[in-house]
Design a protein around this ligand. Sequence first.
Ligand code: IMP
Length: 199
Amino acid sequence: MQPPPRLIIATRNPHKTGEIRAMVGDRFEVLDATAFPEFPEIEETGTTFLENARLKAEGISRRVEGWVLSDDSGLQVDALGGAPGVWSSSYGGEEGNHAKNNARLLAEMAGKADRSARFRCTMVLARSGSERAAFSGTVEGRLVEALHGDGGFGYDPLFVPDGHEKTFAELGDEIKNSLSHRARALQQVVAFFDGMGIK
Ligand code: IMP
């Protein structure tokens, strides 16, 4: 039997890799940048999810054989004009500090009646340094007024997806991975591989 094709995720965020791995099952061998400590950090200098996703996928795929998939994602809050958006991971002032990010979001949302928000995920597939395809997924929902639950990561304890009464952090991996922005983008990635006959 042939080994599954290798998919390298252009991230060092173990939560993203874990969700992607859980969603593709044994269809792909999923690795990420932590398996390649020699890879440089790719600076996210873009102003859109697509630009940043492209920088990461193309940058990493210049240095490794095979398919590289990047994920640039974040939270867009209507009452904040789309913030934190591409700056989601450093909104609280410190890159990747989810507690600080959530604290700032709660402070900015204090007293706001419109709590609508969405997660957005843009994925780029690249090979040999160039983009081959891009995909995007969103999940609509609303923000609650205090942290609830300890699953997931990032803004999950503040986000209730439409059709549910609990936050992503309370709903657990199985439900999150069936309807998240990342799941919706990844379904398109899998369809792309199906269309190319890559099983
Ligand atoms: P990136 O690594 O530049 O794509 O930034 C992603 C940031 O967006 C994370 O650090 C989180 O703050 C937020 N984010 C993205 N996806 C999720 C999610 O599934 N749940 C909660 N927060 C997320």
